[in-house]
Design a protein around this ligand. Structure first.
Ligand SMILES: [Zn+2]
Length: 246
């Protein structure tokens, strides 16, 4: 295959544009701004989950408190009834001593219940603080997410712009390339990812393998319009002054 060296160097321009398009594609998948958004979203889910667990804990504690308050109230009511009966008088002494005995044990029981109630209320206070902390954490993450998403969108927009510019350049270059050379380029590009490369300091710019002396001699003898291929990777090897040819 033959192509003027100026045409061959245009193929190199195309290869550079395609390499840039590949870099953009790779960058899209590995954008640090995108990874940051994903990290924050995962953090948010974890914080929200722990807030939900705390809410369940709070509901349990509220139920325990209601139950204890009900029990305290029931004991107090019974105490009052006994006291009222004792104050009304006219109770036989045996029954009176039974009533007094019961009031004493009711007082003790109420004291225990009230201690327990206090303990549960203190525990709830601590859990309420935990809940507030978890809520503040979710809020902080939400705020960071607003910034992170904006940074990601900006980075994606930059990539879109760069990609559009490369695609426009590509269209401009295609018009100047002969069909057979372009077909060879696209075939190699589909096969290995790189269709053409510069022969630079005896090295193939595509596979980076150094050409041996015999290969270099063969290339040195080839006419400038001869289309040379790398024997290792198949890419079109474009020669320039930097190629290391004598
Ligand atoms: Zn090669």
């Amino acid at each position: 295959m033959k192509a003027e060296s100026v045409v061959q160097s245009r193929l190199l321009d195309l290869a550079n544009v395609d390499a840039e398009l590949n870099r953009i594609k790779h960058r899209r998948k590995t954008l640090p701004e995108m990874l940051e958004v994903e990290r924050l979203e995962a953090d948010r889910i974890a914080s929200r989950d722990s807030a939900v667990l705390i809410e369940i804990n709070l509901e349990d504690l509220a139920r325990d408190i209601r139950k204890l308050e009900g029990e305290v109230e029931a004991v107090a009511l019974r105490e009052k009834r006994n006291n009222d009966r004792m104050q009304a008088g006219g109770i036989p002494s045996k029954q009176l001593s039974e009533l007094e005995h019961e009031v004493t044990s009711l007082l003790r029981r109420r004291g225990n219940l009230e201690d327990e109630l206090l303990e549960v209320m203190e525990r709830r206070e601590a859990v309420v603080a935990d809940h507030e902390h978890a809520g503040a954490q979710v809020d902080a993450i939400d705020e960071n997410l607003i910034d992170a998403r904006r940074h990601r969108d900006d980075a994606v927009a930059d990539l879109d712009t760069a990609e559009e510019r490369c695609k426009a350049q590509r269209v401009g270059l295609l018009g100047d390339l002969p069909e057979d050379l372009l077909a060879l380029y696209e075939k190699e590009r589909a096969r290995t990812g790189i269709g053409a490369a510069l022969l630079q300091a005896r090295r193939c710019g595509a596979c980076r393998i150094e050409l041996d002396r015999a290969e270099m001699e063969r290339i040195a003898l080839a006419k400038p319009d001869e289309v040379i291929r790398c024997e290792q990777c198949g890419a079109v090897l474009v020669r320039t002054k930097e190629s290391g040819l004598k």
